[in-house]
Design a protein. Structure first.
Length: 473
């Protein structure tokens, strides 16, 4: 692939920090693109930089073709991704768009004026699904002439990096950097217009407020989560192989991942699941690693888990056809009963039993854990398969506020894969770490007897994503 204001204009979080060389690289890239203009096909406004799984480009003449890296993108094209499809597009002004699985995105207009970028016109229509947009020079210079429409709302920007999940009934958004303005369609906010809608129902989301934004078709104004509990939600993005800070992954010869080095407010994390709709066997296929231990349960989690379970993973799910692959998760509403949000992403949320406080018990010291259960998936161009989780360890040091962990995974397609991480731990029991090719976020129970975390790691030809649950030794 799941936001209290004193006024109608409210801030949201900052995730993504660009390096100082970005502008220089952007200028060089633009010069190169326009120097090559005669060689480009007429009307080209962008190019596919990465594709995983099945995705198709639908043209205005009714034709459709399988999307491949290097495919030219033109105005009026529609990008359609299937359950395992994931597409990245780089536009002529260095803008980046990620179209997640099960999504449709239309390029309504893309008129970039390199000599006078403030006169550029850029417009998208997210028919359904999830997209991530990182503004290029056009949107940055012509903020009043950029628009991303969804079925029920308009989004304008002020030079930004944001993620939108949309259906006919709901729109959810978060901001990694910059600002967006979201407003429901009305007589004063037309889908045909450009730029942000300046209406009384519009809400502005700006960097560093640690919130999310949601609008349903029954609401007259978008809603934001409250900051009153000051919880932490580590926003994980699974944009595999996106260019980082303007550096093309194809030129570098290796995959890059956008650096979302940030924390989000996690109360009421209700971002709809652009849950990657996993296609593959429900259980690991027989392999040469079958003799190794596997902490992936053979059956799904019981719908009524014991009250002694202080931590539960809840999931967002639109596609019920893939739920048989889930092993340690419950539906969001069920997992949240009697528990509070700790960490999560747009796929999963870790819920915890709490007693009115967010702080772990005093005097926990160093706690070592053994793996109780886990699930993990390997994503590649050929689809998604369930991996074996063979073992691991986790240590939480509440004295030095640090953690370290290690996991062993395997599959015929990947061989044996090791995941390891170390990073910060706070007095609420939340821990997290980020790097170019992997990320992790988790939490312990308040008494330090249980823990769980979400992890993902990029491999040479795909990526791994998984969940874990641990018991103290």
């Amino acid at each position: 692939m799941g936001l209290s204001p004193s006024s109608k204009l409210v801030n949201i979080t900052c995730f993504f920090s660009r390096q100082k060389m970005t502008r220089l690289y952007s200028a060089i890239l633009l010069w190169t693109l326009f120097a090559m203009a005669p060689a480009l096909q007429a009307g080209t406004v962008g190019e596919v930089s990465m594709v995983l799984g099945r995705a198709f480009l639908h043209s205005p003449d009714g034709s459709a073709q399988r999307i491949e890296p290097g495919l030219a993108i033109r105005v009026a094209d529609r990008i359609v991704t299937e359950a395992n499809g994931h597409v990245h597009v780089r536009f002529v002004d260095d803008a980046l768009i990620s179209v997640r699985p099960g999504s449709q995105l239309e390029i309504i207009s893309y008129e970039f004026q390199p000599d006078s970028p403030e006169n550029s016109t850029i417009k998208f229509n997210l028919v359904e699904g999830v997209t991530r947009s990182i503004s290029g020079d056009g949107a940055k210079a012509a903020r009043t002439r950029f628009r991303l429409n969804t079925p029920i709302a308009a989004i304008g920007v002020r030079g930004t990096d944001f993620v939108v999940s949309a259906s006919d009934e709901t729109v959810r958004a978060l901001v990694n950097e910059g600002t967006i303005v979201l407003a429901p369609f009305s007589d004063d906010c037309s889908a045909d217009a450009l730029g942000p809608c300046n209406t009384t129902s519009a809400v502005e989301l700006q960097g560093q407020s640690l919130q999310m934004l949601e609008l349903s078709s029954s609401q007259s104004q978008p809603l934001l989560t409250s900051q009153e509990n000051q919880q932490i939600n580590f926003q994980q993005q699974t944009d595999i192989a996106v260019a980082e800070n303007g550096i093309d992954e194809q030129q570098e010869g290796e995959d890059k991942t956008l650096d979302n080095d940030a924390l989000l407010e996690a109360r009421n994390v209700t971002v709809a699941a652009e849950l990657a709709q996993k296609s593959g066997p429900a259980l690991p296929e027989p392999s040469r690693y079958a003799h190794l231990p596997d902490f992936t349960p053979a059956s799904v989690l019981q719908q009524s888990p014991p009250e002694s379970e202080q931590l539960l993973w809840g999931r967002f799910a639109w596609n019920t056809d893939t739920l048989d692959q889930e092993r340690i998760t419950l539906p969001y509403d069920m997992a949240s009963q009697g528990r509070e949000v700790t960490v999560g992403n747009t796929d999963y949320v870790l819920f915890r039993v709490e007693d009115g406080t967010k702080l772990v018990d005093r005097g926990l010291g160093v706690v070592s854990f053994e793996l109780d259960s886990a699930q993990a998936f390997y994503y590649s161009e050929s689809g998604v398969v369930t991996m074996h989780v063979n073992g691991g360890n986790l240590d939480l040091n509440f004295v030095e506020r640090s953690f370290q962990t290690q996991l062993d995974l395997s599959h015929n397609l990947t061989g044996i894969v090791g995941f390891s991480a170390r990073g910060q731990l706070n007095n609420s029991g939340y821990f997290f770490s980020n790097s170019d090719d992997q990320r992790i976020a988790g939490a312990s129970s308040l008494d330090g007897t249980q823990a769980g975390y979400f992890f993902e790691q990029q491999l040479e030809n795909g990526g791994i994503q998984g969940l874990t649950l641990w018991d103290s030794r």
